[in-house]
Design a protein around this ligand. Structure first.
Ligand code: TXA
Ligand code: MG
Length: 310
């Protein structure tokens, strides 16, 4: 059910959960100061309580309510990338943020989204927590119809159209005197090089016993369809996720992610097409993994591998 900005503000103030657009993916929003609404988010998504939520702000100055110490280069990062698809993990004064939001950690993730309607909402309601608006484990939502699929036609959603980025925010965390990427996302590691003076390393690998982002431990981004990534597995598939301009066998139905020259187009279509496979009841889809392995393509590769690995 589509709602407008005023209805969204009203419902949030009444401790309801609503769907809000951001430039990355749609979020399930609740007011940071309403723990009963935050509990509803975990139930609605069927989300493990060990997976903390990101706090969304309208202004950087609001951070001083929660954070007392900022790591080196924090302000440069915030000035350069906010509002935008960057989440920064910071140590917080624990009393100021409910443990449910932090999953009991002494840190919280913060970001200022770059979506005018949602910024208008946050300015009225104050900070909001917002996980991606999908049932836990499913691909994130990049348009309002995806929320109807997961939460039913009556679920209230503020319509912001198709998300421009289509991938979740990149999460940075400061550890042992350097910034590291705790979740790959809509900004590539290379995007931070100029501001930081070095390339932040990835701390998202499955090899780590305890990843920085608890969310990395859980099933993610997966459609019901089996995704086949191996070069030799194409024959098993009825459908292909591929690239414009490439030739694929004529007996397969091809869904085009976009052009190999337009990584932003591919990112923007990724979750939409993973969900479309389910809409069409596809059992086996082959993914064309022959694409560049640099910049934002690395996030796309990571999402596809995770989606395929369950
Ligand atoms: O683009 C985005 O970030 C979207 C939009 C709606 O803003 N939100 C989003 O939220 O992707 P979610 O809940 O799907 O993913 C949040 C991730 C999880 O992997 C969680 O573990 C991590 O952020 N996270 C949150 N707080 C953290 C903390 N204090 N320390 C480490 N990781 C944290
Ligand atoms: Mg998510």
């Amino acid at each position: 059910m589509k709602i407008d900005v005023h209805q969204a503000i009203f419902s949030l103030m009444q401790s309801q959960v609503v769907g809000l657009p951001t430039e990355t993916v749609y979020g399930l929003a609740a007011c940071l100061n309403k723990p009963c609404a935050i509990e509803k988010i975990f139930k609605l998504k069927n989300r493990p309580l060990a997976n903390p939520l990101i706090v969304h702000l309208a202004h950087q100055r609001e951070l001083t309510d929660y954070v007392t110490e900022f790591p080196p280069k924090f302000h440069e990062l915030a000035e350069t990338f906010w509002p935008g698809p960057l989440t920064i993990i910071l140590s917080v004064r624990e009393k100021t943020i409910h443990p449910l939001v932090r999953a009991g950690l002494s840190t919280a993730g913060f970001r200022i989204p770059n979506q005018p309607l949602t910024l208008q909402v946050i300015k009225e309601t104050g900070p909001l927590v917002m996980p991606s608006a999908n049932l836990s484990g499913r691909p994130s939502s990049t348009n309002p119809e995806h929320l109807e699929e997961d939460f039913g036609n009556d679920f209230p959603v503020l319509d912001g159209g198709k998300c421009t980025r289509g991938l979740e925010s990149t999460i940075l965390c400061h550890r042992e005197s350097a910034w590291v990427v705790a979740r790959m996302g809509a900004l590539a590691a290379e995007d931070f090089e100029q501001v930081l003076g070095y390339l932040p390393q990835n701390m998202t690998g499955k090899t780590e016993a305890r990843p920085i982002c608890p969310g990395q431990l859980f099933r993610h981004y997966a459609p019901r369809a089996h995704l086949l990534l191996g070069r030799d597995q194409m024959s098993m598939a009825t459908h292909i996720l591929g690239f414009k301009g490439r030739k694929y066998p004529e007996n397969k139905r091809v869904f085009y992610l976009g052009s190999l020259e337009e990584v932003l187009e591919v990112a923007g279509n990724l979750y939409f097409l993973l969900r479309k496979l389910d809409e069409e009841d596809v059992s086996y889809a082959w993914i064309d993994m022959n694409f560049p392995k640099e910049g934002l393509w690395k996030t796309i590769e990571e999402r596809l591998k995770r989606a395929a690995s369950f």
